[in-house]
Design a protein around this ligand. Structure first.
Ligand code: IMP
Ligand code: MG
Length: 186
């Protein structure tokens, strides 16, 4: 006998669920860009993107930024030690001179907060004039260390998300929506 599993059609064969569609993401990214444009009028901030996850978010956000900006990237990876305190490794750093500059640090998602808290401290050591954090997604309930996030796209539940820059073992970053993977892809 053939048993059929009932599946919700997402339009993306890898995904069990689409949490945020293309228009939902575009609308929210536009709102964040408008807030940044208003808050930084007359200033020229340095935008620092955390690779790799933020690449798509930054590309879309910057297309709607009307103030002059400079762009740089850094890349950290995190691994969880036996004590489950986040250990961060710097893979590559920014080149921009940020002393006395307004800085906006951008990431795809904040989860425990270890990565952003570490990078924030690293940037603050170079004495920027100001530093604000912007994330597309916030798993607020999972936070282990406080991170002052100024701009948040969406607050999400604790589920593993992929797409729009977010990966699972380096896959699915290219998906234009954000969703959860089907069990067979985990
Ligand atoms: P944190 O240091 O625990 O806040 O982790 C932040 C980083 O973990 C993010 O920048 C992502 O690269 C990754 N991450 C956390 N949650 C997810 C997820 O649901 N999907 C994909 N990557 C995630
Ligand atoms: Mg990341």
């Amino acid at each position: 006998m053939i048993t059929k599993t009932k599946r919700v059609k997402t339009g993306y064969p890898e995904l069990a669920n689409v949490l945020f569609s293309k228009p939902q993401i575009a609308r929210r990214v536009g709102e964040l860009a408008r807030r940044i444009n208003a808050d930084y009028t007359g200033r020229k901030p340095v935008i620092i993107g955390m690779l790799k996850g933020s690449f798509m978010f930054i590309a879309d956000l910057l297309r709607q930024i009307k103030i002059p900006v400079e762009l740089d990237f850094l890349c950290v990876s995190s691994y969880v030690g036996e004590t489950s305190s986040g250990m961060i490794k710097m893979n590559f750093d920014i080149k921009a001179e940020i002393c006395d500059r307004d800085v906006i640090l951008i990431d795809d998602i904040v989860d425990t907060g270890f990565s952003l808290a570490w990078v924030r401290k690293h940037i603050m050591a170079r004495q920027p004039k100001s530093l604000e954090i912007c994330v597309l997604l916030d798993k607020a309930a999972r936070r282990k260390v406080f991170v002052p996030v100024r701009y948040t796209g969406f607050t999400v539940q604790d589920a593993f998300l992929v797409g729009y820059g977010l990966d699972y073992n380096e896959r699915y970053r290219e998906l234009p929506v954000i969703g959860t993977l089907k069990k067979e892809n985990l």
